[in-house]
Design a protein. Structure first.
Length: 753
């Protein structure tokens, strides 16, 4: 009560004395501006304004229809103190704003970039930073201050609906790709909001489900990538997640948002909630969740009551306001940047195309290679998504590009002949099927799949007679608000299997080949039917230039160099979290036990000797590479260690290889994965016969595992094996070194009980 009375008396005195000169944020210190706020202003400032409320969430405090229509939210504007609103907008695959504004005289399009999974599949941090730079430019030039990206949760289970936004099953790869994205965006003088912190690994009941895991699992798998990004790239903001973590909402966890994020990692930025996250708003403020989005009236009531009863201090309120203002003064809206509304979309489309081609993964190409195809070949292009190609997922990662290039358009532009009758037939069929679907009215509404057409044998016989090859596209789209399912999603539908089987039978009978293109949001079954086709290309969700990018790879203009950032299992049951996902009870899970422990993805497959269909890090090329001469600069580890290896293009065409370094650590008192990724380098474009020396540096952090009983990261003494290759199961060079004594690399705070 004392704090509340002090603030009220101070405000009353200012009015009584007729104080006219108020501090302005552009001239006064942030602390002075905070002191000048009334209690009501302070409480109001702790939450923003944003989109209309979801059903049952209560009204928001305002809506964003001013400066940038379609943006996700704003901070509060206080003119008397010189505080402008800063604008936040989605998202992970490019800027998501409305294309139509008040005058309706033009369209405000943005670029749909390749989604998170395909960017990670490039294994090229320089290229990802270039994509981030283009995203950041569009963010700035359209008047937005904070891009709500990147999404960097771990792809724990293949069925998570937002996996397409995320990078990988591996925290090392995720952290390095995410840091490159943050650096690229923020070099434009706009901010990022890395999300969702933390353990938001499913969409099923995401706003309430409790992710239950040990402290070791939390730190080694689900926090490690965030830690790397915070320490190396310093994102301007971090977004807390919807879910609970071991019983507490993440947005209300002081252990997560203050003890770990700020005290241990040194985060200097602002923390915002995800939209409508959490229940106890005073607890969010106390925990160090600075900004609550998108703003609800009951937040004000709860916070005021908590201040009055002494459970929330004014020091905590002022601290959070100061952090919001520290963000405000960095933003273009505060600095008076005159945005153009005219970013170079043509140049950014080329960036998108380049990234897409480099992230596509060639899974199969036959003993006698089928790809690349010769230009001029006549192609029987089958499958709905050859013509209605999916460029991105739904929800915050959905981007309003001017025109998305389909695979059919890309093939035609690349010089292939596409049967006109086949084009017309698909157009008619797709239009008829779409007319049967319910209208889509909101961004997180599920996009219903169009069933594949059932082809008769006579139709396929005619196509095989007229065309040199069949290319069949299988499509999948998912997104925010729901998870995928096994049947007719992870697994192919009966119609898809029939199309693949029947087309392959007919074309093979005439001595002609069949190629499958997977235009998918995440991992699908690519094992049970793989022997029916001659080549498989995973195109993922490739962005606005999707069709051109697919054609670039298929015709050989670009030699595929993508590597899987997530394991393709032989069966869904081989996924280590399959038994636990999405939680208990199955239909409306209250909690999800992370019984897969630290053995996520390849860590499980390698350690438990479960053979995958296609391993993490795997991807074919139109050329071949060798690795030789692995050397360490010392056989005993002392602070750091350097490894070098020689990569050579041993094939006949130029290409890029991803050199991956895995480390096997000695097992002391706790189980460890048989191998863990600890380094990767994508080579330059190597000509036939050309070599490149690749250098890796290992630090003590790379050797360490987390020991909860000691609240420490510890590198265990013993022998470490360095394994270098081009996938998690293909090691071409190995050597070892020793660590003579245990090394504590980091002391931490133990998990709250």
């Amino acid at each position: 009560m004392k704090n509340l009375k002090t603030v009220l008396l101070s405000a009353a005195c200012m009015v009584a004395l007729g104080v006219a000169a108020q501090p302005k944020l552009s001239k006064a210190t942030i602390k002075d501006v905070v002191k000048a706020m009334t209690l009501d202003e302070k409480i109001e400032f702790l939450h923003g304004i944003g989109m209309p409320a979801a059903s049952g969430s209560g009204p928001v405090t305002g809506s964003v229809q001013g400066k940038v229509p379609g943006s996700a939210g704003e901070t509060q504007r206080m003119e008397r103190l010189g505080i402008p609103a800063i604008i936040m907008a989605d998202g992970p695959a490019g800027l998501r704003i409305d294309t139509i504004r008040g005058d309706k005289t033009r369209r405000y399009y943005t670029t749909a970039f390749p989604t998170g999974t395909i960017l990670a599949s490039t294994w090229n941090t320089a290229l990802v930073e270039e994509v981030g730079n283009a995203m950041g430019n569009e963010t700035k030039e359209y008047g937005v201050d904070i891009l709500l990206a990147p999404g960097m949760n771990i792809q724990r289970n293949l069925l998570c609906g937002r996996n397409y936004e995320y990078y990988s099953e591996d925290p090392y790869l995720t952290g390095h790709i995410a840091a490159a994205m943050v650096n690229g965006v923020q070099k434009n003088g706009v901010g990022t909001s890395v999300k969702h912190f933390a353990a938001n690994n499913q969409e099923t009941r995401r706003a309430s489900v409790d992710a239950r895991m040990s402290e070791r699992v939390l730190r080694e798998i689900y926090l490690r990538a965030f830690q790397y990004v915070v320490k190396t790239a310093q994102p301007w903001t971090v977004m807390s997640s919807y879910n609970k973590l071991n019983g507490s909402f993440t947005a209300e966890s002081k252990y997560l948002l203050t003890t770990i994020l700020r005290d241990e990692w040194g985060f200097k930025g602002m923390v915002t909630t995800d939209w409508f996250a959490g229940k106890d708003f005073a607890a969010q403020v106390a925990a160090g969740n600075d900004l609550m989005m998108p703003g609800r009236p009951n937040e004000t009531e709860q916070i005021k009551a908590a201040i009055a009863n002494g459970t929330l201090s004014m020091e905590e309120v002022d601290r959070n306001i100061e952090r919001i203002l520290e963000l405000v003064v960095k933003c273009p809206s505060f600095l008076g940047y005159k945005y153009t509304d005219n970013p170079d979309l043509k140049a950014h489309a080329q960036v998108s195309r380049n990234a897409a081609t480099e992230g596509m993964v060639l899974l199969k190409n036959g003993l006698t290679p089928v790809l690349p195809l010769k230009k001029g070949m006549s192609v029987a292009l089958l499958g709905n998504y050859s013509y209605k190609t999916i460029v991105g997922g739904t929800g915050s990662g959905e981007v309003p590009s001017a025109h998305n290039v389909s695979i059919a358009e890309g093939f035609q532009s690349a010089g292939f002949t596409i049967n006109k009758e086949l084009v017309a037939l698909h157009a008619k069929y797709i239009a008829e099927e779409e007319a049967k679907l319910p209208p889509r009215t909101q961004i997180i509404q599920k996009v219903e799949a169009i069933p594949e057409r059932l082809w008769t044998k006579d139709e396929l016989e005619q196509l095989a007679a007229k065309n040199d090859i069949a290319v069949i596209t299988i499509g999948r789209i998912a997104g925010e608000g729901r998870d995928r399912k096994v049947d007719a999603d992870y697994k192919l539908s009966e119609a898809e299997l029939a199309m693949l089987s029947n087309a392959s039978e007919v074309f093979h009978a005439k001595g002609k080949k069949v190629v499958a293109v997977l235009n998918v949001d995440g991992v699908i079954d690519a094992y049970t039917w793989a022997d029916k086709v001659d080549a498989i290309l995973v195109a993922w969700l490739p962005g606005v230039q999707a069709g051109n990018a697919v054609a670039d790879v298929v015709c050989g203009k670009v030699n595929p160099s993508g590597k899987l950032a997530i394991t393709f299992p032989k069966a869904y049951e081989d996924v280590p979290s399959a038994k636990d996902f999405p939680g208990v009870p199955a239909k409306k899970p209250q909690y999800c036990e992370y019984n897969d422990d630290i053995f996520v993805g390849y860590r499980y497959h390698n350690t438990k000797n479960v053979e995958p269909a296609y391993p993490f890090g795997y991807g074919l090329s139109y050329t071949t590479f060798s690795m030789s001469g692995l050397k360490l600069n010392a056989k005993t580890f002392n602070n750091k260690l350097t490894a070098t290896v020689i990569v050579k293009n041993t094939g006949k065409v130029a290409g890029k290889e991803v050199v991956q370094l895995y480390l096997s650590a000695p097992v002391a008192s706790q189980e460890k994965p048989s191998e863990e990724l600890k380094g990767f380098v994508k080579t330059k474009l190597l000509k036939p016969g050309e070599k490149q020396v690749i250098t890796f540096t290992l630090s003590a952090d790379d050797l360490a595992s987390y020991y909860p009983d000691q609240s420490s990261w510890i590198a265990d003494k013993g022998t470490y094996t360095v394994k270098v290759g081009n996938s998690s199961r293909n090691f071409q060079q190995e050597t070892s070194f020793t660590l003579e004594n245990d090394v504590v690399t980091e002391k931490c705070h133990s998990m709250e009980k």
